[in-house]
Design a binder for this molecule. Structure first.
Ligand SMILES: [Zn+2]
Length: 161
C-alpha cells in the first residue's frame, strides 16, 4: 500500500533534479509536467492511504464484532450446560437445572422455545404446569388430577341421589 507513496517520492526527487539542472526557468515546461506528475501521484497515494485506513478500521470493527459474538456463544454454552432437556408426564418439554449444577439456585425449568432463541426464561408455575412470561404460553406438566375426577363423580352422585 506504500508503493504509491514511494512512487510519489521518486517523482519528487526527479522534479528536484530537474530544478537543480535547470538553474532558472529555462526548462519551465519540463518542470511543470514533473510537478504535475508528482501531484497526481501524491493524490493517488493519499486516496489509497485513506482507502486502506478505512479498510483497516472496518476490519478492526469486524474483529471486535466477532470477538463479542465468540464470547457471547461461550458464555451461553457455559450457562446452558447447567441444564438438560426434561420430559414431563404430559410429554411437555423443558430444560431442567441439573442436580449438581444448582450453584445455590432453587430448582427451576427453562422454556425450550426461549432456549432455542438463546434466551434463558425461567418458567413460572401456572395451573397444572408452567407459564413462559416471554412466549406467553402455558405448558401442562401434570396430568389432570384424579381428585378432580372424584369430585366430579361425587357431584354426579350427589345430583342423582
Ligand atoms: Zn419462552
Amino acid at each position: 500500500m506504500y508503493s504509491e507513496i514511494t512512487a510519489a517520492i521518486q517523482s519528487a526527487k526527479t522534479a528536484i533534479e530537474i530544478v537543480k539542472a535547470a538553474h532558472g526557468l529555462s526548462n519551465h515546461s519540463e518542470l511543470l509536467s514533473a510537478v504535475t506528475a508528482v501531484q497526481i501521484k501524491l493524490t493517488d497515494a493519499i486516496a489509497s492511504e485513506l482507502a486502506s485506513q478505512e479498510k483497516q478500521a472496518m476490519l478492526a470493527e469486524r474483529v471486535r464484532e466477532l470477538e463479542k459474538q465468540i464470547s457471547e456463544v461461550e458464555d451461553w454454552k457455559s450457562q446452558i450446560q447447567r441444564y438438560m432437556l426434561f420430559q414431563f408426564p404430559t410429554g411437555a418439554l423443558a430444560y431442567a437445572l441439573k442436580p449438581e449444577q444448582e450453584n445455590g439456585e432453587p430448582m427451576h425449568y427453562l422454556c425450550t422455545a426461549c432456549v432455542d432463541k438463546k434466551k434463558k426464561t425461567t418458567l413460572q408455575p401456572h395451573g397444572r404446569g408452567f407459564h413462559c412470561p416471554e412466549c406467553k404460553i402455558n405448558i401442562t406438566t401434570k396430568e389432570s388430577s384424579p381428585i378432580n375426577i372424584n369430585r366430579g363423580s361425587h357431584g354426579g352422585s350427589w345430583m342423582s341421589s
